[in-house]
Design a protein. Structure first.
Length: 158
C-alpha cells in the first residue's frame, strides 16, 4: 500500500484499515501493483462525509485498467455485508464504513463472510478469493495456509 503525500492517516478507524488491506490483497494478487490511498481524513468532501471521522478512504482506480469493474464488484460483494459502502467515482474507489441494520463488522464476522463466499471462479482472474495463485480452492487454506499467502490475513485463528 502506498499513501499519497499529504494524506492524513491519523486516527483512521480499524474498519477502514481492514478495507484497505482487503483491497490491497485483491490488487496484489492480480498483478495490479500497490493500492494508492489518495484520501483518508484530509481533502475537500461534502458536509456529511465520513472522511473527517476516519471512516472513509479513497483509492486511486486509474492503475486498475480493464480489471477495475471486476475488482470493484468483488469489493462490493465482500465488504458491503460487513457495513461498508463502496462507490465507484470518476477517478477513485470510495469506501466508507457506515453499517446499516443487520450489517455487523468484527473479526469473526469478517472471516466467516469471506470464507462462506471464498471458492469462486466468477471473476476469472482469481483462483480463490484472496489466496495465492497456486491454490486450487480456498478450502486448502483453511486446512493448511501457505506462508506468505494473503489468505492468511483472513484465515481463522488456530
Amino acid at each position: 500500500m502506498r499513501i499519497k503525500r499529504g494524506v492524513d492517516a491519523s486516527e483512521v478507524k480499524h474498519q477502514i484499515w481492514f478495507a484497505i488491506g482487503f483491497t490491497e490483497a485483491v490488487c496484489q494478487l492480480n498483478d495490479l501493483g500497490w493500492v494508492v490511498v489518495t484520501s483518508l481524513r484530509d481533502g475537500v468532501h461534502g458536509p456529511n462525509s465520513l472522511h473527517p471521522k476516519g471512516l472513509a478512504v479513497d483509492i486511486r482506480s486509474r492503475d486498475m485498467g480493464a480489471k477495475l469493474p471486476d475488482v470493484f464488484r468483488l469489493l462490493r460483494i465482500h465488504l458491503e455485508p460487513l457495513g461498508f459502502d463502496c462507490v465507484l467515482e470518476i477517478d477513485h474507489i470510495h469506501i466508507e464504513f457506515d453499517p446499516k441494520t443487520g450489517e455487523i463488522f468484527d473479526g469473526r464476522t469478517a472471516r466467516r463472510i469471506i470464507q462462506m463466499k471464498a471458492p469462486t471462479k466468477e471473476l476469472g482472474f482469481l483462483d480463490c478469493l484472496v489466496g495465492c495463485k497456486t491454490c486450487l480452492a480456498a478450502k486448502t487454506h483453511l486446512q493448511n495456509t501457505p506462508k506468505g499467502c494473503f489468505w492468511f490475513l483472513f484465515a481463522p485463528s488456530r
